[in-house]
Design a protein around this ligand. Sequence first.
Ligand code: SAM
Ligand code: SF4
Length: 469
Amino acid sequence: MGTSHDEGRQGEAYVPLVLNSEGYRKKFYIESYGCAMNFSDSEIVASILNDNGFGATRNFEEADLVLLNTCSIREKAEQTVRSRLHIFRQVKRSRPGMLIGVLGCMAERLKEKFLQEERLVDMVVGPDAYRTLPALIEEAGTGQKAVNVLLSREETYADISPVRLDSNGVAAFVSIMRGCNNMCSFCVVPFTRGRERSRDAVSIVRECQDLFAGGYREVTLLGQNVDSYYWIDESADLVVTFASLLEKVASIDPLLRVRFSTSHPKDITDEVLYTMARHENICRYIHLPVQSGSTRILQLMNRTYTREWYLAKIDRIKTILPGCGLSTDIITGFCSETEEDHQDTLSLMKYARYDMSYMFFYSERPGTLAARRYKDDIPEETKRRRLDEVVKLQNRLSLESNREDIGKTFEILVEGDSKKSAEDWRGRNTQNKVVIFPKADGSYQKGDYVRVKVEDCTGATLIGRALLH
Ligand code: SAM
Ligand code: SF4
């Protein structure tokens, strides 16, 4: 679901595909918050812990090591983590040997507070320091406070094979880069995750090949700004751009679907769009965060594009990739946003006709450019009211978009049972829309491609029947 926050997954506990704690000396429990990047990082952490004698548990009360992989993007995400830490702290009273650690973006931001002031945790580990976890665990085990929040210019964990989270055995995330060099004024990511660096393309392609061989049928290439992927293959004296990386991954097998997230509107190139057009297995779906429809606000946000430039990009996508699914991120109530600016966001949404959006109201983050330069002057009530209007409009657009699909036939990759009924399969079409159809329509299983004709819909789901081949 993109690098943006999938609210349904917040606080999800890590469980590997096969829960097997035999052969491990100790047990770890990890909960993840924030974007897909963090969930993907938890899989790397799990791999490092497995190699060091820790098996996963889904019950924190029996864990020797409890970890929270945290997010700093909005204040609310931080509050949730804090309240979880207080619960873990209580359990620790009766199990003093249990270690509690904070990983990820909040570790970078709040190390002193967590360790010294509030004494909530035993370990604080930043996103580039997971390789040092075994040493930090040892240090914390002796009663010392263990910290490593150093950011790196090189770390990509390229050689670590992530232990897949209890996904569905069909779709997996593959991290292709870390950090971010853009300085969007509202955003804390460049401070918490450091400079942008791209992962070795050879290891990315190998990981995708291994996933395909292991039965996976979809990979989502992940980064904060995937279009600026850039890696030099010194052995061949070749530059690998995002477009060429996409080409390599798509060429693994036509049965492997390829998705990616997130694109920055300023960086997505025609070359990427044409590469998508050439490969049917690169999904017809682009997540293109706009943040605001007002050029004035976009400038204050330091997004480096105007409303018109963004709209021209949307036109380009629709020309090169007809029928491409589109989604976005929107922030309401950024510093100095007027009603007119807000109306610009609503009208841009109508023009782009997004199938889906992640929508937030502005939350000032300490240390960001906006916090230093601008006044957070829109009352919360107004931020929320504007957010409500944006959400209502998006709900209408999603429903309209889904209604247009009634009568159409799509190829669906089956991911598992429908959330509402075990009698139905759930999958997605290339545009990333969720499609439900009855299991009784044929003998299918997870990982199969099925042609489904849409007969009905809700705002969030297409409902159809499988067509016999
Ligand atoms: N790198 C991606 C991009 O540029 O589109 C997104 C990264 S961020 C993890 C996901 C989304 O969180 C952003 O697109 C933005 O809409 C939202 N966000 C970031 N900082 C925020 C803030 N201070 N207040 C509210 N929403 C914020
Ligand atoms: Fe944050 Fe902007 Fe980087 Fe996205 S591109 S992570 S919003 S600074």
